[in-house]
Design a protein. Structure first.
Length: 615
């Protein structure tokens, strides 16, 4: 934190903020105070586990100090580079390269880091605070500015320990949550708390009378297709870069393994791990009793082929039991149901290792989601329709009862482009209808939000690449990576994502669209790369999401929770959501098989969160 000049940071306040993050760093903790500047850290020891590498960590003369969450994977290369320039290192830790790279390159140091990171650096000589977050936002960083100064932390629960914390809600963020299951961009559910966006840094003059942070972007990803290389040449280059990305992420002084679903992405990552390992690689899979949601047999086949030390744990998820833990871990409403299996997978994996590699990012970089093909098809079909045809589809969509098969398709044909994509991602009247009318009136319309703004900014891209980049800027950092970070760090497990290596992502952006997506099929070239390492007969299967059978749960164990929620008349939930509408939706879902599952899960999570928040 940084207070106004003349004020001094209270050690007790700093200790409370740091203690709230103990789950992220159970191995060691440390504080630094310098008048109005205070830094605190909790450490999960992974590289150089000695006490010498504990944080806060300083340069040679103590004028630059840093606290850091994440990993700089190319730190060994940077140590050599910076040592040649006269810098002296006293640890084997990757953290130490940050202070010396700042001394040498200033904010330009970020272009040299190959890793995942969120850090706060204080330069005492320059009187500057430097906060930075990695290109895709794998590691979180929140901040709150007030007349007293600037406070920042890896999780909102740390900021909530501050004296006088304002817990007022941001209604625009509530609307985003209701529509998408999470907030977007810089917003959080709390009006006075902001996220530092991925690929951005924040600079603050610590000697200024008022905290006026400057937030700037340092990296961006845009398609730059290069038609010259052949497909085989692209495959060779992908093989080289991704193999190196995996190798760097295997540097660890503590036990390491991998999540393995048996799909293209995780199988490819594990194949490279096996290539670079002299001992059997530990792999981990969660199995479910419902065949429609169980990937364990596919993961087992890949594990057998690659010769890994494979661990499978079959679970019967108890959503009612786990929901309070998810509320505590995620800090703000977060309603991706796949957080439940991710929670169980992280819990099981941490019993064996401290670090796990994952296959996250393949669908976003190589257009693997089914919605890209659907949006592409809808866009083409809509072009063949007359204005009258689209109007007819709109009328029919309104007339068809909720939950009826085909209603969504009619709605999307009536409104192709952004509206169709937005509908696929959940932003529609069906989701927002749970909100009270007075709350809905103050929400910005769907066409005025961050998603719509990003869509317009990408108007030069072809469909479906336009939707892909919307996901890279929104769904990936705000849903997928949040889900994994909070679930894993709640169990003190670090998860590394080689496919989201910035160099590999830039390579993917240069590959022509036709090699990634063709004939309504995505990930074409990534699949070909995977076939070099795992037989096609093992990998070729219908895509399965890492999900849960929400519909069955709501007609079983969660039905009681839904009815209890509606009966809880004193809940703060009903300040924002319409209790009568919700009661009707619950009856329709449970008794008449009308599919309100996702909306009800979002509302149930918010109900648990609001109860906890009020307490």
């Amino acid at each position: 934190m940084v207070l106004r000049p003349g004020k001094a940071v209270d050690e007790t306040v700093l200790e409370k903020m740091t203690s709230a993050l103990r789950h992220r760093g159970p191995d060691a903790g440390g504080l630094f105070r310098d008048g109005p500047v205070g830094l605190g850290h909790r450490r999960l020891s992974i590289i150089d586990t000695s006490s010498a590498a504990n944080q806060p960590l300083f340069n040679e003369d103590g004028s630059v100090v840093v606290v850091f969450n994440g990993e700089i994977y190319n730190f060994q290369e940077l140590v050599e580079e910076l040592t040649a320039r006269g810098h002296r290192f006293r640890t084997r830790s990757d953290t130490e390269v940050i202070v010396h790279a700042w001394e040498e390159y200033g904010a330009g140091c970020l272009a040299r880091f190959r890793g995942m990171f969120a850090f706060a650096l204080h330069d005492r000589n320059q009187g500057r605070l430097f906060l930075a977050r990695d290109p895709f936002g794998k590691k979180p960083l929140f901040y709150a500015a007030s007349p007293h100064g600037l406070a920042f932390a890896s999780e909102i629960k740390s900021l909530r320990t501050l004296p006088g914390f304002d817990a007022a809600l941001d209604l625009a963020a509530l609307g985003e949550y209701t529509a998408y299951g999470h907030s977007l961009g810089e917003r959080t559910i709390f009006r006075d708390v902001r996220k530092l966006p991925p690929a951005h840094y924040l600079l603050l003059d610590t000697r200024a009378a008022e905290a006026r942070p400057e937030v700037l972007r340092y990296w961006d990803l845009r398609p730059r297709p290069d038609p010259v290389p052949s497909q085989e040449e692209w495959l060779d280059e992908m093989d080289r870069v991704l193999s190196e990305a995996v190798r760097l992420r295997m540097i660890s002084d503590v036990p390491l393994g991998a999540f393995l679903s048996g799909g293209i992405d995780s199988s490819l990552v594990v194949a490279y791990m096996v290539k670079h390992s002299t001992a059997p690689v530990k792999t981990f899979t969660i199995g479910f009793r419902e065949p429609s949601h169980d990937e364990s047999q596919h993961a087992r086949a890949v594990a057998r082929h690659l010769g890994t030390e494979h661990h499978v744990e079959y679970v019967t998820p108890n959503a009612v039991e786990v929901l309070p833990r998810l509320v505590e871990a995620y800090d703000e409403p977060f309603a991706d149901p796949s957080a439940l299996p991710t929670w169980y997978l992280s819990q099981m994996t941490r019993r064996h290792v401290t670090v796990a590699l994952s296959g996250d990012g393949g669908d976003e970089l190589f257009l693997g989601y089914d919605r890209y093909a659907w949006c592409y098809g809808i866009e083409r079909a809509a072009r063949l329709m007359t204005g009258a045809g689209r109007r007819l589809a709109r009328v029919a969509a309104r007339a068809v009862p909720a939950g009826t098969r085909g209603k969504g398709l009619l709605r999307r044909l009536a409104a192709p482009g952004f509206d169709a994509y937005n509908d696929f991602m959940g932003y529609c009247d069906a989701s927002l209808s749970f909100l009270r009318p007075d709350v809905r009136r103050v929400l910005p319309p769907a066409g005025a939000g961050k998603m719509a703004s990003d869509f317009r900014r990408l108007d030069e891209l072809p469909i479906p690449e336009r939707y892909q980049y919307l996901d890279l800027f929104n769904y990936l950092p705000e849903d997928i990576l949040v889900k994994v970070d909070r679930a894993s760090m709640a169990h003190s497990l670090e998860v590394r994502c080689p496919i989201l290596d910035a160099e590999f992502a830039e390579l993917a952006a240069r590959i022509p669209l036709g090699m990634k997506f063709s004939r309504w099929q995505g990930k074409r070239i990534l699949k070909r790369l995977a076939y070099r390492h795992v037989p096609r007969a093992i990998l070729d299967r219908p895509k399965m999401g890492f999900g849960v059978p929400l519909g069955r749960w709501f007609q079983g164990e969660l039905e009681v929770a839904l009815r209890d929620m509606v009966a809880d008349a004193g809940s703060p939930t009903w300040q924002y959501f319409d209790r009568d509408v919700t009661a009707r939706r619950v009856r329709e879902h449970v008794e008449h098989q009308v599919d309100w599952g996702l909306g009800l899960w979002r509302l149930l999570f918010f109900h648990a969160w609001s109860r906890s928040h009020a307490a």
